[in-house]
Design a protein around this ligand. Structure first.
Ligand code: XIL
Length: 327
């Protein structure tokens, strides 16, 4: 089983960060270092230094690398967003980006998030620079831009597993129905898609941990039945925190139950091949700034790199699942 986490290259020189990462995980993904904003300081330059640092760490510690992400409406450089490029120019830029980046990492990145978050909360295609603002030439043709990106990525590295990665589509909902219909359509049209990433940024207020886990398991099962792998790509479970960033102990116990429920949902489906958290220490997590510091403590290790109840409950699930229990 792949157990992964997102990492920031700047912290790799911190001893506790590096040793926890190397000891506890066999999969890493760059939290930001392989996004357009990091790789593309200007129109003609590719800066692979940060991404390469992640790959080097993984190689030195026998870990696999997931790539994130090639096509997204966000975390793009200003020169791209404000460049007033025509559809034709954008098509050329995207094709070149995919070819160059995927080839650069071909021997190292085994799976890519080709498309990230193309659907809005209702499950409709989101407006974006790649789709329809102005898009790469398929603005009136729904998922055609997605299919094109997968084809370009596949051409650049026929061995890489190619994923569609999405937020807020973990359990059964109108959005996850739309996601299911979309990837089913892509598969039927012969688009080279290998899997779906379910981000899994969840908040502890979501409700009964058992019910959520059952819902997620059903969703994973139907995606897997299409012949797709499912990977949990950005798991964190945020809890309410006070001004100093502390959560109530009871909340951390309940958080542990949510973690184990989600782990079980993955483990009971053979098609679910990775569980990856979005960072691993509460010292560094995007949840703080994202929630204006009202939420936090979302990860498996505390700020001193001590394992939290969530870590123990996740470990217990991994140790007790029987292969025969996987459907
Ligand atoms: C977040 C990173 O964690 C932050 O460091 C960055 O400032 C913004 O992006 N969905 C995704 C991730 O696919 O790329 C996002 O990562 C979190 C939401």
């Amino acid at each position: 089983m792949l157990i992964g986490t997102a990492v920031r290259p700047a912290h790799l020189s911190e001893a506790a960060y590096a040793s926890t990462l190397a000891a506890e995980f066999n999969l890493v993904e760059a939290e930001d270092a392989m996004k357009w904003r990091a790789l593309r300081p200007d129109k003609s330059t590719f800066d692979f230094r940060q991404g390469d640092a992640v790959v080097r760490f993984a190689q030195a510690h026998n870990m696999k690398v997931r790539g994130h992400c090639l096509v997204w409406g966000r975390d793009n450089p200003d020169w791209l967003m404000n460049g007033n490029f025509s559809a034709k120019q954008l098509s050329r830029l995207l094709h070149q980006h995919l070819a160059r980046v995927v080839k650069h990492y071909a021997d190292h990145v085994f799976a890519w998030d080709v498309i990230n978050e193309a659907l809005d909360e209702q499950g409709n295609l989101r407006d974006s620079i790649w789709y329809n603002q102005p898009g790469i030439g398929f603005a009136k043709n729904e998922t055609a831009y997605i299919a094109q990106a997968f084809r370009w990525a596949h051409k650049a590295d026929p061995h890489a597993l190619l994923f569609y990665n999405e937020a807020e589509a973990e359990g059964l909902s109108p959005k996850s129905d739309a996601l299911y219909a979309m990837v089913k359509g892509l598969k039927e049209r012969g688009v080279p898609i290998d899997g779906v990433g379910l981000q899994m940024h969840v908040s502890m207020d979501v409700g009964d941990a058992g019910a959520i886990a059952r819902d997620i398991s059903e969703n994973i099962a139907r995606l897997a039945a299409l012949g797709l792998q499912v990977q949990i790509t950005e798991l964190d479970v945020s809890v309410a925190v006070d001004e100093s960033g502390w959560a109530k102990p009871g909340d951390l116990a309940q958080q542990a139950a949510v973690y184990s429920g989600i782990a079980r949902a993955c483990l009971e489906n053979r098609g679910c091949t990775a569980i990856q958290t979005w960072g691993f220490t509460d010292k560094y997590s995007w949840i703080g700034s994202h929630s204006r510091h009202t939420r936090g403590q979302a990860l498996l290790f505390d700020r001193q790199y001590q394992p939290k109840p969530a870590y123990n409950s996740l470990l217990l699930e991994l140790e007790t699942i029987k292969p025969s229990a996987r459907r």
